[in-house]
Ligand binder design. Structure first.
Ligand SMILES: C=CC1=C(C)c2cc3[nH]c(cc4nc(cc5[nH]c(cc1n2)c(C)c5CCC(=O)O)C(CCC(=O)O)=C4C)c(C)c3C=C
Ligand SMILES: [Fe+2]
Ligand SMILES: [Fe+2]
Length: 344
């Protein structure tokens, strides 16, 4: 995996007090690809009532008695297969995005301090809000790493920030950048990355866009997530000039026995192979950083499923990561929230 984005000049270091802070917030990931580290991570993640909407009395015995004992070791083995020398891909990319965003906003003349945080694990949202405040930020933009809003992810970031304000005396002015599923810069940076791959390797017979799933019930109860994924998918397909029969949108990473959003990614690619499609490309536009769900589930498990069913060529197209076009788009998304604040 190429870790270095193309060269950009270093901005001058921020002098004096920052006029505002930007906190790029992602999901979180274990600190190590080991059973105890994954258990700690899963325990925090799966104890969040935003993530698992089952009454606590029924869920917690299942979590502690079955899920954590069984899943921690199995997931640790999967993490071990994608771990980078610098750490978990999600952590590495999120840190690089924050550093690149700092450079982009500074080059554009904003006196802002950019840091990153994780909803679960480290660095925590509370610790990073404390750090921004300690650096003198009286205004902070909390920037979600999820382009599509879901109560299970985005709202949980807001909860974590609200828990911090609940124990903070002098609360800074806060703004949230929390939905940008149709942002033109986001769609364009996705399209440019995919077109670069197609210039090098040719176009596939069929293009699959796989988004992380959520329980169907979540959407029935009013979560706009599915509709936002569908809008992203349609805008990206249009931008790529794909006709309706040339692409499919699907949902991955189902957890537990309940019905999640359909179609599921793995059966979708198996069905494509059974129908005689020999080459597919799969991208995961809802994940802004590569992580376990893209590098292991899609690029390994789903790939194997397609090839086993008779497919010949499977190409996983990497996430936006620290791509310079994406960093520019992210800077635009942050700037919309900074607007009106004296940051220059
Ligand atoms: C239990 C229910 C889960 C819901 C609901 C859910 C929603 C959701 N998740 C992401 C993004 C990511 N999820 C990742 C890993 C992951 N997700 C779940 C479960 C739910 N996710 C689990 C148990 C795990 C851990 C891995 C495993 O044991 O399978 C990741 C990758 C993290 C990493 O360390 O690399 C991401 C990113 C979204 C966007 C979303 C709803 C929209
Ligand atoms: Fe997830
Ligand atoms: Fe998964």
């Amino acid at each position: 995996m190429a870790l270095s984005p193309s060269f950009r000049p270093e901005p001058p270091p921020l002098e004096g007090r920052p006029a505002a802070g930007v906190l790029l917030c992602n999901l979180g990931t274990p600190d190590a690809p080991t059973r105890p580290a994954v258990r700690r991570y899963l325990k925090e993640f799966l104890s969040d009532p935003r993530v698992v909407e089952i009454p606590r009395a029924a869920w917690l015995p299942l979590l502690y008695g079955v899920i954590l004992p069984l899943r921690s070791g199995a997931s640790a083995a999967k993490y071990a297969g994608i771990w980078l020398p610098e750490g978990s891909p999600l952590a590495v990319w999120t840190a690089r995005q924050a550093a690149a965003l700092q450079a982009a906003l500074t080059m554009q003349g904003h006196r802002v301090l950019v840091r990153h945080a994780m909803r679960y694990g480290t660095p925590s949202i509370a610790a990073e809000l404390d750090a921004l405040k300690a650096a003198g930020c009286e205004r902070i933009v909390v920037l979600s790493a999820y382009p599509q809003y879901s109560g299970t992810t985005t709202a949980s970031l807001v909860d974590a920030a609200a828990a911090w304000t609940g124990r903070t005396r002098a609360v800074p002015e806060l703004r949230f950048a929390m939905r940008y599923h149709d942002d033109p810069g986001y769609i364009e940076s996705l399209a440019l990355g995919i077109e670069a791959q197609w210039r090098e390797h040719g176009r596939p017979e069929h293009f699959v866009m796989s988004f992380h799933g959520v329980p169907e019930r979540t959407v029935r109860l009013g979560d706009p997530y599915q509709s936002e994924c569908e809008t992203t998918g349609r805008l990206l397909a249009e931008r790529l000039g794909l006709a309706r029969g040339q692409w499919t949108l699907s949902f991955q990473s189902r957890f537990g026995r309940a019905k999640w959003l359909e179609p599921y990614t793995e059966p979708t690619v198996r069905e494509l192979a059974r129908r005689g499609v020999k080459r597919i490309d799969v991208a995961c536009p809802g994940f802004t950083s590569d992580c376990l769900e893209t590098l292991e589930e899609i690029a390994m498990e789903v790939r194997d499923a397609f090839l086993r069913e008779g497919g010949r060529e499977f190409r996983y197209l990497p996430c936006l990561n620290a791509d310079p076009d994406w960093i520019d788009a992210l800077a635009g998304i942050a700037q919309r929230q900074l607007a009106g604040w004296p940051t220059r």
